[in-house]
Design a protein around this ligand. Structure first.
Ligand SMILES: NC(=O)c1ccc[n+]([C@@H]2O[C@H](COP(=O)([O-])OP(=O)(O)OC[C@H]3O[C@@H](n4cnc5c(N)ncnc54)[C@H](O)[C@@H]3O)[C@@H](O)[C@H]2O)c1
Length: 372
């Protein structure tokens, strides 16, 4: 293999919230990042993040940022429903992108975004961060190499503290756009679909419950779903993001089992193996709650702060993407097409739960509007 000469990166970050800041701070430490610019619609937040990332440029207008001559790579880390405009603009400029999940929250917008990316031919990937954890990589490798024989049945159980749900409902003026599947279940779904790569889903049946989050937030607590594949394989999943605030998992608690004709693979990702109990309130984690004194550590999916730096999957993912841009090396990031497929599946799951009947896959934006 010939050694590649690294390309210097002029990085644009659109959306300097929690994730924009994490990725920006990591980028400042990457040897090939020579320039960082930010677009953040909240100017005070933009200034804070500019300082923390030693960014050369900050604006409230992403078009101004993406038109700068220094920019040759883009991270889009705006809120879930606000990815589309900057992604389409960057695609028109043929700028490679790392887009946060989900690709969009509306199926028609997601399809239009994918079409813009494919038309421009640009390298755009979606931030399914869990693909960068060793346990899922090892699982992927074993399934890929045939250790299970033919995979016939997969199950996943994702339990989440309701703090994440409340944070999402607070940030949106349209609760119908927010669902546990679209926002959070998509991570578990991506891991499973990645393990089942090559199989074609043909039908989904789902049901939801809404008794814990419904009254206050007009939200969904949880959804159970069964996806069948053209070869007869079945994937059964449950996501519930309505667990009480005192539930020790900061964010995600996941179990996956995959059964094949020759083997079985079980993955306990519940984080019950590292438990902290303290009288003192925790400063870290997702929107810490004053009533929570017990934590399953490492259940914050992006990673954990230790010795002043974020350790864990988002660090691996960000550095890996910067290497992809700088060195042209292949990475396991989800493609934009996979990102669109995950949104389509999560929308189909929500549709089936709403209609209370099975739904054929794939669904179109018109299908999604069905009410009966
Ligand atoms: N991969 C993961 O594990 C993971 C974890 C958390 C969040 N996320 C995803 O990252 C994205 C951002 O989440 P977050 O928690 O950082 O949200 P956030 O609310 O903290 O940050 C979003 C920021 O984008 C800014 N913004 C919105 N529209 C803009 C625009 N057009 N131009 C400039 N700035 C704009 C907002 O002002 C805000 O500061 C979401 O898609 C979310 O789902 C991924």
């Amino acid at each position: 293999m010939t050694r590649k000469q690294p390309k210097k990166i002029g990085l644009a970050i659109v959306g300097a919230g929690r994730v924009g800041l994490i990725r920006g701070e990591l980028a400042t430490r990457h040897p090939e990042v020579g320039w960082i610019g930010l677009a953040e619609k909240n100017p005070e937040r933009g200034e804070i993040v500019r300082e923390k990332c030693s960014a050369e440029f900050v604006t409230t207008d992403f078009r101004e940022l993406l038109s700068r001559p220094e920019v040759n790579a883009v991270m889009v880390s705006t809120d879930e429903h606000l990815h589309v405009d900057p992604v389409v603009f960057a695609a028109e400029r043929k700028l490679p992108m790392l887009i946060e999940k989900p690709l969009a929250t509306d199926l028609a917008e997601s399809a239009a975004t994918l079409a813009a990316i494919q038309k421009s031919g640009v390298d755009a990937v979606v931030g399914y961060t869990q693909r960068f954890r060793r346990r899922w990589l090892v699982a992927k490798e074993k399934v890929r190499a045939g250790a299970l024989g033919e995979v016939t049945m997969v199950t996943s159980r994702a339990f989440m503290n309701r703090l994440v749900a409340i944070d999402n409902y607070q940030r949106s003026d349209n609760p119908a756009e927010i669902s546990p599947m679209v926002i959070s279940g998509t991570h578990a779904l991506d891991v499973v679909m990645w393990l089942m790569e090559g199989k074609t889903p043909v039908e989904v049946y789902a049901r939801s419950v809404n008794k814990a989050l419904g009254p206050a937030w007009k939200g969904i607590d949880g959804t159970g779903y069964t996806i069948t594949f053209d070869d007869g394989a079945i994937y059964h999943g449950v996501i519930n993001w309505g667990l009480p605030e005192i539930w020790p998992g900061a964010v995600y608690s996941l179990e996956i089992g995959a059964v094949g004709t020759e083997g079985v693979l079980t993955i306990d990702d519940t984080h019950r193996d590292i438990v902290l109990a303290t009288n003192l309130i925790q400063a870290e984690g997702y929107a810490p709650d004053k009533r929570r004194h017990v934590d399953f550590l490492t259940s914050y999916p992006v990673g954990d702060m230790a010795l002043g730096e974020l350790r864990g999957p988002m660090r691996e993912e960000t550095n890996s993407w910067l290497n992809r841009i700088s060195l042209g090396v292949p990475t396991q990031h989800a493609t934009a097409a996979e990102g669109h497929n995950r949104l389509m599946l999560t929308k189909a799951i929500d549709l089936s739960a709403r209609l209370k009947r099975p739904v054929k896959l794939p669904i179109s934006p018109e299908d999604e509007k069905q009410t009966a």
